[in-house]
Design a protein around this ligand. Structure first.
Ligand SMILES: *[C@@H]1O[C@H](CO)[C@@H](O)[C@H](O)[C@H]1NC(C)=O
Ligand SMILES: *[C@@H]1O[C@H](CO)[C@@H](O)[C@H](O)[C@H]1NC(C)=O
Ligand SMILES: *[C@@H]1O[C@H](CO)[C@@H](O)[C@H](O)[C@H]1NC(C)=O
Ligand SMILES: *[C@@H]1O[C@H](CO)[C@@H](O)[C@H](O)[C@H]1NC(C)=O
Length: 513
């Protein structure tokens, strides 16, 4: 069976990879990623979810957020919940099938109880952090952000417990180093699944100076640092691949690269010419950078794939690529096996994507709420064939030109419709024909009421299958100060376990490793 190396970048925008950047006036520089993509399959009609936890949850379950109860927001540090345990994760599937399962980097699927930790969910080895984002050097993280009530360090090794010995090492370098260590410990006779979930290029905007030299010409400070972070990621992945070659695993490796959501334009990311940004259901939030590379694909040559793919498809697709049987008790997945779509350019098995239905998001009520049995004041979006329908608040809806771009046609960057400012919204239904209008410039709901109704009927149907949404209040007991200064599980953990973790934390606090 092939090795699977899945690299997930964080908040990496559509216009932030070299091969898109060159076409869209962006100065981001990723020569190594470009070269891998150019010799593999570029996924150019590939979608993810607009924020972190949801994309990660769908990747590891193959199921839409409405089917895991995670339809709203991300999992915040002090919230007592996580990706429900009744889901059998991809890591569990592959482990059952004989894979050694390694994970490095960002988890972000809940940790309030021990059972939710990655090493209790199919990953035999884990080194990384449990929350959505930490300082790239110190691993310090505060929550809730506004009040900074609970602060602590967030880095943990499944073999040793909480870790502070890597304090000061840049996250991308650290995670690549740890991935290499896991590869070195790997028994080459066994297939390996490595899920490298980088914090690059998520905020805070931090990068070692050496990666900045190349970007002196970028005036915008955020964008300049971000460019350095992108380049550091490119170098890190180059190192990782070199290492896989050195240990002779590369030729048997399927390498998958994906972002988790669109770029955060307020923190250096860019999705132009797509509309919107991270956190929105506009294309800029969900249309993703992704590619697949590797000998096991047996490609006849480089390919650019324009078939409709979604992050939930990886689960069945990887199961198919590895020829692993699904475990008994696996719940229905929403993803499709797209192995032949990727490898042989066969037509996608997918014609539709439920982008999301989020009943907890603030409602946008204009006139009557229900249409075709669906509450259109609720934030939701669906793609069906070439069409896309959005309801409720859409969030930031501008087209953001890369700050370093000098040759812009001004009209490209402007907001061209009336629903940018919410008080003036005259509608909470928006229809676009993405197949002809990928930048969402022509709103068509008035011209095609019958399409609107069809898509609303689909949303209504999805809604009937959705689970109640979890989004509990912050729990004071999560406070890291109660756990030796680290973010750690806080419920259902015995005193003994806590003591043990604290002892380990103490031991590893200042060891230089
Ligand atoms: C989804 O279904 C529930 C239960 O029938 C209903 O209360 C809710 O309003 C529906 N949501 C939308 C967005 O229509
Ligand atoms: C500027 O953008 C508009 C809208 O996208 C387009 O119609 C026009 O042709 C562009 N002009 C130039 C000079 O590129
Ligand atoms: C939108 O509403 C605000 C105040 O609510 C007003 O100042 C502004 O002019 C309006 N814009 C448009 C385009 O109607
Ligand atoms: C981690 O290490 C830093 C630097 O030595 C130190 O300031 C900090 O207090 C340590 N944190 C914990 C929880 O040990």
């Amino acid at each position: 069976r092939p090795h699977i190396v899945f690299v997930l970048a964080d908040d990496f925008g559509y216009n932030d990879i070299g091969y898109h950047a060159r076409e869209h006036c962006s100065q981001m520089y990723t020569p190594f990623l470009d070269s891998l993509a150019a010799k593999g399959v570029k996924l150019e009609n590939y979608y993810v979810q607009p924020i972190c936890s949801p994309t990660r949850g769908q990747l590891l379950t193959g199921r839409y957020q409405i089917h895991t109860g995670l339809a709203h927001g991300i999992i915040k540090a002090a919230q007592p919940y996580g990706l429900p345990l009744d889901n059998i994760l991809l890591s569990q599937q592959l482990r059952k099938c004989g894979y050694k399962t390694n994970m490095v980097g960002k988890w972000h699927l809940g940790f309030f109880r021990e059972e939710y930790l990655p090493w209790n969910r199919g990953f035999q080895n884990f080194f990384g952090f449990l929350n959505g984002g930490v300082n790239h050097y110190t691993r310090y993280h505060c929550e809730p952000k506004k009040t900074r009530r609970f602060c602590g360090y967030d880095m943990i090794d499944s073999r040793h417990g909480p870790i502070n010995s890597t304090y000061g090492e840049y996250s991308t370098n650290l995670f690549v180093r740890k991935a290499k260590e896991m590869i070195d410990r790997h028994n080459k006779a066994k297939p390996m699944f490595l899920y490298l979930s980088l914090q690059a290029v998520h905020g805070p905007l931090q990068v070692p100076n050496q990666y900045l030299k190349r970007f002196k010409h970028i005036k915008d400070r955020n964008r300049k640092i971000y460019a350095g972070m992108v380049y550091a990621m490119d170098r890190g992945i180059r190192q990782l691949v070199k290492h896989l070659k050195r240990v002779r695993m590369w030729k048997d490796t399927i390498f998958i690269f994906s972002t988790d959501n669109g770029g955060q334009t307020t923190r250096g990311g860019n999705n132009w010419p797509l509309r919107g940004k991270k956190g929105t259901l506009w294309e800029g939030g969900i249309r993703a950078v992704g590619f697949v590379h590797g000998k096991p694909l047996q490609l006849n040559g480089p390919m650019v794939n324009h078939e409709l793919l979604h992050v939930s498809d990886w689960y069945p697709t990887i199961m198919s690529a590895t020829q692993c049987p699904l475990m008994v008790g696996t719940q229905n997945v929403d993803g499709y096996d797209q192995w032949d779509t990727i490898r042989k350019n066969k037509i996608s098995k997918r014609t539709e994507i439920l982008h999301n239905i989020d009943p907890l998001h603030k409602k946008l009520t204009i006139g009557s709420e229900y249409r075709e049995g669906f509450d259109v004041s609720v934030r939701a979006a669906i793609r069906s064939g070439g069409w896309k329908l959005l309801t409720g608040y859409t969030g930031m809806n501008a087209w953001v030109v890369p700050p370093e771009c000098k040759v812009t046609n001004i009209t490209d960057g402007q907001v061209t419709d009336d629903f940018y400012t919410y008080p003036n919204s005259t509608t909470n239904i928006r229809l676009f024909k993405i197949s002809e209008d990928p930048y969402e410039r022509r709103e068509l709901s008035q011209q095609y009421p019958e399409v609107v109704n069809l898509l609303l009927a689909r949303l209504k149907e999805y809604n009937t299958s959705s689970l109640p949404v979890s989004y509990p209040r912050n729990d004071k007991k999560a406070d890291p100060q109660l756990h030796g200064g680290f973010w750690l599980p806080w419920r259902g953990v015995g005193k003994k376990y806590k003591k043990k973790l604290q002892r380990k934390a103490h031991r590893h606090r200042n060891v230089n490793k």
